[in-house]
Every structure is written in C-alpha cells, then in structure tokens.
Design a protein around this ligand. Structure first.
Ligand code: MSP
Length: 636
C-alpha cells in the first residue's frame, strides 16, 4: 500500500451504543472531533470524519427485549436521535457507519476469516465473568462477591459467570509488538499520562481474548460457524476500517487509511490502544497515528451515564441557548484530557462573561459605532500610530499561539489565547475612547482608524473561534461585509490587513444573549411535563389479582397474565420474567392501570399494565399488596 499523502486527515469518534439516547458525554466526544476536523480543513487538509453507531451485542439485545421490540427497531429509533443531535450541534461528519449495515458485517467476517486462516484466531472454551454494561470480560484478579458474581471494576455493575465454547484471538502473541510500537511511536497514546497506564497494563502480560459468544444472538455470525456470534468489541472496532470503505470502496480506503486520530473517552482506551492495534497488526494493516483519550463530564462527581440517572440532555441546553454556546462551554471549560464537572452556574458564567460580555459586546459596540459615525462604511482614515501597530502585532502573536494550541488539540488553550486577544482589543477601544472623538469633527479620521482596527481584529478573532463556533464565526464575517466564507480562507494566509476599506458593515443585535439560571429552570420545567391533578385523576389505578401467568414463548422477559381488577378480567403482557417465575405470580396483587389504551406486544393484546420499579440492569421489581386489601380497590 502506498504511503498516505501528508495532507489527508482521517479522524473518528467512537461509535455510540444504541441502548440509550445521546447525552452530553456523547456530544462532547463528537464536538471535539468536529472542532479538530474544521481546524484541519482550514489548514489545507483533505479531511474525512467518521462517526456512527454500535448496534450489536448483549446490552442492546437486553434493552430491546425490555422494551418489547426487535434490536434493529431499537437501533433504528436511536440512530435517528443521534443524527438529529449531530445536526443540531452542527457536526460536519462525512460518513455515518452502522454496524448492522452489510458492508460492515461482510468486512468484519472477512477479517475474522483472515485471522483464523493465519492462526491468530483459534477455538477453545471461555470460563470467566462478563460485564454486559461494558461488554467486557472481567480479569481473574477481581475477587468474587457473595452472590457468586463479580463487580466490574470499570462501571461497578454486577458481572455474571459465563462458560462457553468460543473463538480466541491470540492477543498474548502481540505483547512485544505492542510494546515496541508504543516505544517507537510516543504519540500513539495521548495525553502522555495515559501512555504509562497502558504500557504497564501490557507489560503485566496479555491473555488471549475471547472474541465470540454462543449465548448472544444479536451479533455478526462467525463465517461457517453461525452458532457463534462475533464479540461486540471485535465487531465495533473494525468500523474504522469498514467506515472508510475497506472491502467496498477501495479508492476511499486507499486515500485515507490509516486513521490519524481516534478520538475516544478514557473509559475505552484499553480497547483502542491494546486490542485494536493488535487486531490490525494481525490483519497486516498500517496502524493509526494517535489514540486520544479525553476526560469525562461529571455530574455530582460521578461520570454522567444513563444507568446512573445523572445525564444531561443536550437538547435542553440547545433549545434555550443555541448551539455555539454549548460547543464553546464544553470545549473551553476543561483541557481535553481532564475531567470536568458540569454545572448550570458554570455554564451561565462562561456564556455571560466570555460570550455575551467579552466577544459579543466587542462585536456589537464596534459595528454599531461604524454605523452611527460612518453609515456602515469606512472609506478614509488616518495612518496607523504606535498603538494601532501594537494591536496588529498582537494578532501575529495570537495567531502563532492559537495555531500551536490547535495543532496540539489543546482547544481550550486556543480559546484562552483568543480571549487574551479579545481583551486586548477591548482595552484598545476603551483606552482610545471613540465616543469622545466622535464629538470632535477634526478627529473623525482618527476615529475611523480606531474602528477600522477593531473591525479588522474582530475579523481575525471570528476566524480563530470558527472550529469551535462555526455558526457565530460565519455570521461575524458576513456582518463585516466579507465576501468569502471562513472555510475558503486558509489559516496560514489569514492576515490582519485583509480587512479592506469600504467594506459594507451590517448592523447587529447581541450575538450571544445573556443567560440566567431561571432560563435553565424554565426549560427543565418544560421537559418535566407536569401532570395536572385532573390528568392524574383520569388514571384508573386498581389493586389487581393475577389469576393466570405464563411465559411468552420465544422471549426472555415477557410474561402473559390474566388479572382480576374487581369482577372484570384483563389480559396483560409485562417484561418481568427476569425477576419473577410465572407460577409464583399467581395470587399476587400488583397495582394495575386499568384504562390504558390496549396495545399489541409480540402479537398478543395487552389490555392493562402493572406498575414496577426499573432496576439499573433493566430488570423490574413489582410492589404487591397483601391479602388484606380487596381485589379491585381503587388506588389514588
Ligand atoms: N460503543 C462503544 C464504543 C465503540 S468504538 C469502536 C462505547 N459507546 S458509548 O456510547 O458508551 O460511549 C461513546 C463515547 O462517549 C465514549 O468515548 C465515552 O467516553 C463517551 N462518553 C460517555 N459518557 C461520557 C461522559 N460523561 N463524559 C465524556 N464522555 C463520555 O463505548
């Protein structure tokens, strides 16, 4: 394979699980990637940005079953949610890969077969513990809990025992090649601190990896042995190959492989920095340049995740405050490798102080004055004096620093440097007191020069923030009467002097309105969707008595029941077989919603619903009344 040309840049996000809807954590990974991508385009690279969804495996299988739908139906629904969010966040991806598409499935099977033929994949028996939440095997060193389970060290969920015939990947054979690769390529894992963590993990020795399951049906079948399905991580990691055309678009593939950067969260570093390069070495593929592990957004000091119930819905913020403030906040608030705590107060402070005050006011004040004093067009002005020249020189310093920071993916630093410059421009304006000069006709040309300098600086500032806030940056350029759009201007050739006399300046309203805590609360209230008491009263809640119960064949979770709701019987389907045996339910008295619109679940009509608590693992616990409560009693 010919060496990839230097100005081609291939970057990826992880592919997201479809067991749940997207949250701020997912948005974070994707926004970082988008900002890097936009920067790379400005610096003359031909870029390919891949994202997508991870749709196979036990986690998705279980979730779909709990919802009473097919895994592919669940995937289709959630993919729509991801795509909508990416649109709302202005994400400029080039391709969206789904692991259920046939080009991906075929590619994975082909590679599996290739490694098997080569002897890197062999058949054996796996005995050990498996965490469904992380889709990961638990190491032997983790001690057993009382109930015979292990606790997953990564997410804290229970990991059950599995013992089954499976195919193994000879990971042990790649210990030395991996260590050699890390040594020769110190940038392979970033930030640097993470390299040591991975190195010591590999140095402790690598065991062969089980890469197929017989108990999981929702996966890509092993070629010629379809009782086995391919382990979801083996499947998912190869999206980076199939998503760039491996085995179906050789032109695209040859143009961009290998990836320059895999952007991922630190929780999935081991998969990307150990398993993935080992798979690629086995398959004879050139390796990615860098695996970059970013930190987490925390809420109340723990990682935001759906299973902990502490996630923030990005739409809540987007709907009220717009796209760019959220993109700015997430990228400005924490350096890429570190964790950060998400707080409404933190968001409000950043938006009000950095966006509304520093940048927004600067743009609005300058443009308004150009309108007020020069009818929107500066056509003549004084020559530059020393202060004007200083401001221009500061642009060069800022540009160098911003470039260096973006090159390092230190986006927060690039923004920090830009804000140093914004504050210099603000100071320049404040010190020159244009509103005083405006009162003296003889100072008109000096006034013109000052506003011209400020506008020229604003033009470059908009350019610097473009990777993070593309919409606002483009808007500022249009307001300044620029004919080009930002992506048409190369970073290297950006000059202060490119702002020309006679450009027609538009008027503007505040670019970034100030935000207040009550705006958040109002939004939350809206999303809360309060029920009025009258609406609640419409619910016919009763004490039911289960008179018949049987498992719905072909499902893991569903139980069909007949329930007496006080002289009347209803048929009902519930996903509670994880926790209850059908026989044990007969005679039990749950709370029933008797007037819920009937629905069909797996071809059977369900005419009522029982109330249950949903546990973290998706199972259900039902509260029952004792015999002293008569069947059919109203519950209010
Ligand atoms: N499907 C796997 C990835 C396979 S890649 C071949 C997966 N999916 S995920 O949906 O659980 O997570 C995707 C990304 O979102 C990860 O990079 C993860 O780190 C990131 N985030 C999820 N929650 C997060 C926070 N609270 N904060 C920041 N990012 C986190 O893992």
């Amino acid at each position: 394979m010919a060496e990839k040309s230097k100005n081609r840049f291939y970057i990826t996000t992880p592919i997201y699980y479809v067991n749940d809807i997207p949250h701020i954590g997912h948005a974070y990974t994707t926004i970082i990637t988008d900002a890097i991508c936009r920067y790379k385009k400005l610096t003359g690279n031909e870029v390919f940005f891949l994202t997508g969804t991870d749709e196979h495996g036990q986690k998705i299988e279980k979730r779909a079953e709990a919802k009473g739908i097919k895994p592919i139906e669940l995937a289709d629904q959630v993919v729509g949610r991801f795509k909508n969010l990416w649109k709302a966040l202005n994400i400029s991806y080039d391709y969206f890969i789904r692991t259920t598409q046939s080009s991906h499935e075929k590619g994975v099977q082909k590679i599996f077969q290739k490694l098997k033929d080569k002897g890197d994949i062999y058949k054996g028996v796996y005995e050990g513990y498996y965490c469904v939440s992380c889709e990961n095997f638990i190491s032997d060193d983790i001690p057993l809990e009382k109930e015979g389970n292990k606790i997953c060290p990564d997410c804290g969920e229970q990991a059950g025992k599995v013992s089954e015939e499976c195919y193994f990947f000879k990971l042990s054979a790649y210990q030395k090649p991996l260590l050699d690769h890390y040594k020769k390529n110190p940038h392979f894992i970033r930030p640097k601190s993470r390299m040591n963590e991975i190195k010591s993990f590999v140095e402790q020795g690598l065991k062969d990896l089980s890469i197929t399951r017989t108990t999981v049906k929702w996966g890509i079948p092993v070629p010629d042995d379809p009782d086995h399905s391919i382990y979801v991580w083996f499947d998912a990691l190869h999206n980076y190959l199939t998503g760039i055309g491996y085995d179906w678009n050789p032109e695209l593939y040859n143009k961009f492989w290998p990836p320059d950067v895999h952007l991922i969260g630190k929780d999935i570093l081991r998969f990307h920095a150990v398993f993935w390069p080992a798979f690629l070495m086995a398959g004879g593929f050139p390796l990615p340049g860098t695996v970059f592990g970013h930190g987490w957004w925390l809420k109340d000091k723990t990682k935001m995740s759906k299973s902990k119930g502490n996630v923030l819905d990005p739409h809540l913020i987007l709907d009220t405050f717009g796209t760019d403030p959220l993109r700015y906040f997430l990228l400005r608030e924490i350096p890429i490798g570190l964790d950060g705590n998400f707080s409404h107060e933190g968001f409000i402070h950043r938006v009000n102080s950095d966006l509304a005050n520093d940048l927004g006011n600067l743009v609005q004040r300058t443009l308004t004055m150009i309108h007020k004093y020069f009818s929107g067009k500066i056509i003549e002005m004084d020559d530059e004096n020393e202060t004007d020249n200083k401001l221009k020189a500061e642009f060069i310093t800022c540009k160098d620093k911003v470039t260096a920071s973006y090159e390092e993916f230190a986006i927060n630093k690039a923004l920090e440097e830009t804000w140093v410059y914004i504050n210099l421009v603000n100071k320049y304006l404040a010190d020159s007191e244009p509103w005083k000069l405006a009162k003296d006709e003889s100072k008109k040309k000096r006034l013109a020069r000052i506003l011209f300098q400020a506008a020229a600086a604003i033009r470059t500032i908009a350019y610097f923030v473009y990777p993070v806030m593309p919409e606002s940056a483009d808007k500022i350029w249009a307001l300044l009467g620029e004919e080009k759009s930002i992506p048409d201007q190369s970073f290297a050739e950006l000059e202060f002097e490119d702002f020309k006399l006679g450009q027609k300046i538009q008027r503007t309203k505040p670019l970034f309105p100030r935000v207040e805590l009550k705006d958040f609360l109002k939004e939350e209230e809206k999303k809360m969707d309060y029920l009025t008491f009258d609406e609640f009263k419409k619910m016919d809640l009763r004490v039911g008595e289960i008179i018949k119960a049987e498992k719905v064949e072909g499902t893991k979770k569903l139980i069909k029941m007949e329930v007496d709701i006080g002289g009347e019987t209803r048929q009902m389907i519930s996903g509670i077989a994880d926790t209850y045996e059908a026989d044990d339910l007969v005679g039990k008295k749950p709370i029933i919603i008797a007037n819920l619109k009937p629905t069909i679940i797996r071809g059977i009509e369900s005419q009522a619903m029982l109330l249950a608590a949903e546990m973290k693992d998706g199972s259900a616990i039902v509260p029952f009344f004792g015999d002293d409560v008569p069947t059919g009693s109203k519950v209010k």
